[in-house]
Design a protein around this ligand. Structure first.
Ligand code: FMN
Length: 194
């Protein structure tokens, strides 16, 4: 008699997939503060990301109010240099509405393959962080704008550019609005070989 494959269809699995698929990049946040313990737990979840040779290449920087103000001022200065004073004020205002700030960095390596793999590991860590928060009702946005490569930003976050680089500036908070998204179907992205 043929043995039946064990059923993988469980409510728990469906709910888990729902969390993974339902996470969206959030632009607009409520001003409700996110509990610090939740953020710490999400960072701990981030550190459980796979990382080749267990290099643990990530660092997590939580800027306080003073540092956020310095980042906002730098944002205004950078936009003013490129796009003028009006756009700069607008951008500073919109950034000042972001309730939670996290900067994730990756340690530098002279070995090209290791650097690639470490960056991949840091990206997975960011995703773990965002998904942990998402399950708790907290949204986030991963950004890699010009500012994250500016030496003045590195100075504010206290990172020596020869030691590490920024993987992302992550804003987080309770979503004001959750946008919808679409994805290609499996037929467009899966290639089954004989
Ligand atoms: C490495 C990385 C960098 C990103 N940088 C930016 C960014 O600078 N600005 C931005 O608007 N979105 C940025 N995003 C977010 C993507 O635009 C977003 O994930 C994409 O639109 C898909 O939307 P979803 O996250 O809701 O699925 C970044 C995402 C990743 C993975």
């Amino acid at each position: 008699m043929k043995k039946r494959a064990p059923s993988y269809e469980t409510q728990e699995l469906r709910e888990f997939a729902e969390v993974l698929r339902g996470r969206r990049t959030i632009e607009l946040f409520l001003q409700t503060p996110v509990p610090g313990e939740l953020v710490d737990e999400a960072i701990e979840t981030a550190t459980w990301a796979p990382n080749h040779h267990v290099t643990e290449p990530w660092r997590f920087i939580l800027p306080g109010d003073e540092s956020v103000q310095r980042i906002l001022d730098l944002c205004r200065r950078i936009v003013k240099e490129k796009k003028g004073a009006e756009r700069a004020e607008h951008k500073r205002d919109s950034w000042s509405q972001k309730p939670g700030w996290l900067i994730v960095t990756c340690q530098r390596s002279d070995d090209e393959l290791r650097q690639k793999e470490d960056y991949a590991a840091c990206s997975v860590a960011v995703q773990n962080f965002m998904l942990h928060l998402w399950k708790a009702g907290v949204g986030s946005k991963w950004t890699t704008g010009d500012i994250t490569r500016d030496p003045r930003f590195m100075e504010i976050i206290g990172v020596d550019e020869s030691d590490a680089f920024v993987v992302g500036l992550i804003w987080f908070g309770y979503p004001k609005l959750t946008p919808s998204q679409s994805r290609k179907g499996l037929a467009d992205v899966v290639f089954r070989l004989p």
